[in-house]
Design a protein around this ligand. Sequence first.
Ligand SMILES: [Fe+2]
Length: 442
Amino acid sequence: MPTETLVGPGGRLFADPQPSPDETGFRQDNTSSQYYNSAYYLAHQKQVQPIPPPRPGAPLYLNLSDFVPAACIDAINAAGEISFHAVGDTGAAKVSRSQSAATAIGHEAAVADAMAADIQGLSGPAFFFHLGDIIYNFGEGQYYYDQFYEPFRAYDRPIFAIPGNHDGMVFGPSSTAPQVPSLAAFLVNFCAAASGPSPDAGGLMRSAMTQPGVYFTLDAPFVSIIGLYSNVLDGPGVISSQRGHFPISDEQILFLEKELSRLKPEREGGKRGVVLAVHHPPLSADARHGGSTGILADIDAACKAAGLWPDLVLSGHAHLYQRFTRVVNGKETPYIVAGCGGFSATAPRQKAPPACTTVDDHTLEVDPLIDFGYLTVTTDAQTLSVTFRSADKHGVAQKDLVKVDLQTGKLLQGGCSQASGGPRPARGGQGGGGKRKPKPRE
Ligand SMILES: [Fe+2]
């Protein structure tokens, strides 16, 4: 446990100096599932919610050096590489007749404690990029203590986040207006105008984060992460109007295209990798939380317009670990789903296709893993690797690793072709019978 904790620029605080033992009960009763029966939710559950505008005047990209002490940036540069954590769906709230509050808390705590333990002095992951669904079931401010601040009280690094559908979902006694506007608590805790104590931290040290909005880019040494907000539906994820189909603006597509264009010279100069994060997975083998083809098309359009494709795409939402490789213009890109941060670990409702099955331009590289756990991404701008570790009451174990050569755009490790030690197996996998059309989810 840390005794001396970091203090970032402007007095930003992260971990508590002497973290308490893990909770065994919630400070606030977490039973908000009743709101699923509220008049507002029932009337509007199939509708997207407005995207909160970014803070006026705030640039849409952040620099890690404004969040951590200079010594941390120096250590990253001296090491010649950066690591960061990522996972989604952390909120411990799934309490039922078959699962006690203590068990639910234990799932999230095992992941959060393992992540905190990865950080030793100035080495280890530089930050945690949360992939959304921080607070269940409706993103309530009063649950931030039990589901976010308390579990990560020993995590001595900044935590950035994109919201998930649960963070933006709304309820209310009347069908005409929600009781609290969509994402109100997320904005307080992650998009504050100035760093300082959060009203929802319950006295814990971590300062409120100062992202410009619910979509933004984080620039760090060797890597940039572009985060997008995919709205409140259970499915599909939505980041644009999709040509007028949804009543939201196309601002995120323009943002994405602009950011890819901004990052293109450094990416092509071998100075940084480019990672995309969006809560709803563009690709997923999970029948309940399937891939969002609209997001995939929107992202592709922006990449095509900018002439730059991401090196890695990270998502949550489906409560398991899945890894695909998508091939576009010969470039192999991992698409990873890691919605396994603590809420639940759930097998696909329908049997997932076997590993090495290829559908259209993407291959499921490993059998989905139904574990609680988290990702560690490491890059020196020449190669990029992602490790998945499970973390539960039995301990921490590495379960998967993929490594990409950023210059050639080819997998160095973790592809079906590498696993077989020979050429890539016949497309279609075992008994797949060749190409199959993905099931449309929209
Ligand atoms: Fe979700």
